[in-house]
Design a protein around this ligand. Structure first.
Ligand SMILES: [Zn+2]
Length: 88
């Protein structure tokens, strides 16, 4: 992050831009950023073991598997992935 802190508005704009950029990058599935405690897709809790095992993890196991299967459909909407309901 840049170190130019010139004022409240600039800071807010920078934070806003950083967050938006972060979301964009996360949706590109790049393994950057902090691990999330909740799935970015369905909001399910991500076990601490998974967070420590997968750097920058953002998805629960069910969503990750689904995302790996059809990347093109991942758009951040609330999809409650259940392994039991997914026919493969
Ligand atoms: Zn999930």
């Amino acid at each position: 992050m840049a170190t130019g802190w010139t004022g409240d508005n600039a800071v807010n704009e920078q934070i806003d831009a950083t967050v938006k950029d972060g979301i964009r990058r996360a949706q590109s599935r790049l393994p950057h950023g902090k691990p999330l405690s909740q799935c970015a897709n369905c909001g399910a809790a991500i076990p601490e073991a998974r967070r420590s095992a997968v750097p920058g993890v953002r998805l629960c196991i069910a969503c990750q598997e689904s995302d790996d299967g059809d990347t093109a459909q991942f758009s951040g909407y609330n999809r409650r992935g259940s392994k039991d309901s997914q026919l493969r």
